[in-house]
Design a protein around this ligand. Structure first.
Ligand code: C2E
Ligand code: MG
Ligand code: MG
Length: 768
């Protein structure tokens, strides 16, 4: 009878449902009672006990009629949501009384009945017992009590007139009773479970309903529903407020008519695509989540987000959509901004490398699908680094921006420009018919770069080198294409700047060779293979050797003896220059110890060595380890080094100066620098480039320049050496104008370490 383990509230609801289930059967049960009683009264009409049967029948009929009347009077009253334990007890008592009344039938009249009447009584007892067992199943106590009392009445009847058939009846009754107990208990358990689940579901629905009401009234989001024809059947008041309209105005319209979609001109491609995607999904009756729709509300562009799922009825027929919507303008704009920043360069506003990769991917796709050729151009601004380093980053940035604009102007209609990295740009062209068209574009670009750039620091002429890959087959992937364009660009720069160069398979081979060479150079550094040759610098006046310049050679296992032009740049580009230069300094200092103490040793330094840490330490260590007088060591640097504005070069030069090492300016007259640098750095020696010597015998201009350099050097306390002296005539001129030192094939080509002693001797003899 109890509803164990449930909260009092749910228990009350379960009880109410139990009573209601019984109450629903009441008219049928009572009608059945009356009909059966009538049948029994008829059966006993000629019996001796008819008077008693009539009294009994009247009682039952009155009881049933009363119950019916009570039921009828409450028929229209909604059943209570909750019932107390007393309510259940009352129902049980009611059925017990009725059961008792029915039990009187076998108990009182069985013994006076003839066979036919007994059959009727047996059937009634069995039928009533089973029927009520099921009708009262939701309240097992009632079912068991009713059928138990009836069975007890039956048993009494059997005991008063025992014979074989009544005994069988007794056993059958017992079995029925047991079945009723078991089945009514299990049935009531099932019913109770269902009632409980029903109550919980109702509760939840009520709760969700409350939340939704609250959401619609107070939230910024709104609910919407459309029917199977996508016509609005419900919208939140919130939406009607936002749209300044009424619910009636929206109901019945198609959803797309209700959304304040922007007119065509105000759509970005992305927005239009998103809307098409949403409509497609709705046509296919798919669920969708956070679908963004570009709308225009109150004169402002806004972004709405819609989430919905389709609804199907029990037969699986599409019934429409139920969904929510909200304004996500701020979040969406922030997200779009982040996405933009990830794909576009902030300085120039051009697509960045990530976007470029996608563009190449798309072009490759078009090529594979439709066979449309294209070209990838990789562009590098000539001398950008110098401008950026010498004039500062704001000027560099201004140059990049203007260059980006010119590239876009040049490529308009031909392809998309992207910023690849630093001062490198890239263009993926639209479809092309032939290589000539790619070349045309390269020439167009070059023309756009002909006029100088107006930068904050003044006008500057900047050219552009272009590497081009013409793509006519879809075999290569984006990375390979970029690598190939880069190889072509490298080649364009190598051939003198401001050019364009097409990638050809040979370049790939050259790149592989370069890779192999790098590998070999590393091996040479570790296992030997590098050697220093020495070229003497002699006194112009006496011809005696005053110094040797160490010039590096590489004994390559298969390529033979290689000069510095063939590997120094590779060493610079691969970062090996630090180790290579360090080795040269150590080796040269050791060699100098074999020479008379007045002979100096000159070692060449690459600008790249100043960018790697440890140059100063390398020099100091070499001097310490060999014990060489620092004044005997000359370090030759080139003018390009002086363009550095970071202060690193200046600091290193000063530190080396403090070691009392001599710093020499090599190849004087070929670099970018102005004479102003001579004031900034105190060099010990200037080496005039051999290009001035070549025509010194015939060109008065060359003589004048060297003379001027000599004068300048004297003023600043520097000695002057002239390189590349090949003839006696040149020597005579240089001697005549008072040059200090000369170097060149006239005296000697670079020689091996072993040959230096003989050379020193030979020059001594010649001068004597
Ligand atoms: P550099 O320092 O100006 O060296 C002089 C170059 O001119 C040497 O070429 C030398 O062989 C060549 N030369 C000398 N006299 C004459 C002449 O009368 N006529 C002609 N036509 N050439 C002459 P080399 O050995 O091929 O070196 C080329 C450059 O490589 C050097 O120019 C120097 O800048 C660089 N280099 C050489 N060794 C090293 C090194 O150990 N480290 C660094 N970083 N660079 C080095
Ligand atoms: Mg040199
Ligand atoms: Mg030189």
């Amino acid at each position: 009878m109890g509803v164990g383990g449930l909260s009092p509230q749910i228990a009350g609801q379960v009880r109410a449902a139990q009573i209601e289930a019984v109450r629903r059967y009441t008219p049928w049960m009572m009608a059945t009672n009356i009909v059966i009683v009538a049948i029994i009264a008829t059966t006993f009409r000629s019996s001796d006990v008819f008077a008693h049967v009539a009294v009994w029948s009247t009682f039952i009929i009155l009881a049933a009629a009363y119950t019916l009347a009570v039921w009828w009077s409450r028929k229209h009253i909604a059943p209570p949501r909750s019932a107390s334990l007393r309510g259940i007890r009352r129902t049980v008592l009611h059925t017990a009384i009725l059961g008792f009344a029915w039990a009187l039938l076998p108990a009182l009249f069985f013994r006076y009945a003839d066979d036919q009447q007994r059959l009727v009584i047996a059937c009634v007892v069995a039928g009533m017992s089973c029927g009520s067992g099921f009708a009262l199943a939701t309240i097992p106590a009632a079912a068991i009590l009713f059928s138990g009392i009836l069975t007890a009445g039956g048993t009494l009847a059997v005991l008063t007139s025992p014979d074989v058939s009544t005994l069988v009846m007794l056993i059958l009754n017992g079995i029925y009773f047991a079945v009723i107990i078991a089945s009514s208990r299990s049935l009531s358990g099932l019913l109770r479970g269902r009632i409980e689940a029903q109550i919980r579901a109702d509760d939840q629905r009520d709760y969700i309903g409350l939340l939704l009401n609250d959401f619609e009234e107070h939230g910024s989001d709104w609910l919407w529903m459309v029917d199977r024809h996508y016509r609005v059947i419900h919208v939140s008041t919130r939406l009607t407020e936002v749209l300044h309209t009424t619910e009636n105005d929206l109901i019945g319209k198609r959803l797309t008519e209700c959304l304040p979609l922007r007119d065509g001109g105000r759509y970005s491609n992305e927005d239009a695509q998103a809307l098409r995607g949403l409509l497609r999904r709705m046509r296919k009756r798919r669920a969708f989540r956070d679908a963004e729709v570009a709308v225009r509300v109150g004169g402002q562009n806004r972004i709405w987000s819609l989430t919905a799922r389709p609804v199907f009825d029990a037969r699986g027929e599409f019934e429409g959509y139920r969904g929510v919507g909200r304004d996500v303008t701020i979040a969406s704009e922030a997200r779009r901004k982040i996405e933009y920043m990830a794909r576009y360069d902030s300085l120039t506003g051009l697509p960045n490398r990530i976007t470029l990769n996608d563009d190449i991917g798309r072009a490759l796709h078009r090529l594979r699908e439709r066979g449309s050729h294209f070209a990838l151009l990789l562009l590098d601004l000539d001398h950008f680094k110098i401008i950026n380093d010498t004039q500062g980053h704001p000027v560099g940035d201004a140059l990049l921006k203007q260059a980006a604009e010119r590239l876009q102007a040049a490529a308009r209609g031909f392809g998309v420009v992207a910023r690849f990295a630093g001062d490198e740009f890239a263009i993926v062209t639209n479809g092309l018919q032939n290589k000539r068209q790619a070349e045309d574009l390269a020439e167009r670009i070059a023309r756009h770069f002909q006029s100088p750039f107006a930068l904050p620091g003044g006008m500057a002429s900047v050219g552009v080198s272009i590497g081009i890959v013409y793509v006519a087959s879809g075999k290569r992937d984006a990375d390979t294409l970029i690598r190939h364009a880069d190889l072509a660009l490298y080649q364009a720069k190598d051939g003198g700047r401001g050019r364009h160069y097409f990638f050809e398979p040979g370049l790939d081979v050259a790149a592989k060779r370069r890779h192999q060479l790098e590998h070999d150079l590393r091996r040479a550094l570790e296992h030997g293979g590098l050697e220093l040759f020495y070229q003497p610098l002699t006194s112009a006046a006496t011809g005696e050797v005053v110094a040797f310049e160490a010039l590096m050679r590489w004994n390559h296992p298969t390529l033979g003896l290689l000069g510095p032009h063939e590997f120094i740049r590779l060493a610079e580009e691969t970062g090996l220059i630090g180790r290579l230069g360090g080795w040269a300094i150590g080796q040269a200092c050791r060699q100098a110890l074999h020479w008379p103490p007045h002979i100096r040793i000159a070692v060449n330094l690459s600008p790249a060595q100043f960018q790697t840490p440890g140059l100063f330490d390398t020099v100091r260590r070499a001097l310490e380890e060999t014990g060489l007088d620092p004044r005997r060591l000359e370090l030759e640097v080139t003018e390009s080094l002086l363009l550095d504005t970071t202060g690193v070069v200046q600091a290193t030069l000063q530190a080396l100066d403090a070691l009392r090492v001599r710093i020499v300016l090599d190849d004087f007259g070929t670099g970018y620098s102005s004479l102003g640098y001579l004031r900034q750095y105190r060099f010990h020696k200037l080496k005039v480039d051999r290009s001035f010597v070549e025509h010194i015998e015939t060109e008065p201009g060359s003589v004048a320049i060297v003379k001027a350099v000599l004068g300048l050097a004297r003023e600043l306390g520097m000695t002057v050496a002239v390189e590349g002296v090949e003839t006696q005539g040149q020597l005579a001129v240089l001697r005549g104008i008072g040059c200090d030192e000369i170097q060149g094939y006239l005296v000697s080509r670079p020689v091996t370490a072993g040959q230096t002693a003989a050379l020193i001797h030979q020059q001594q003899v010649a001068s004597a």
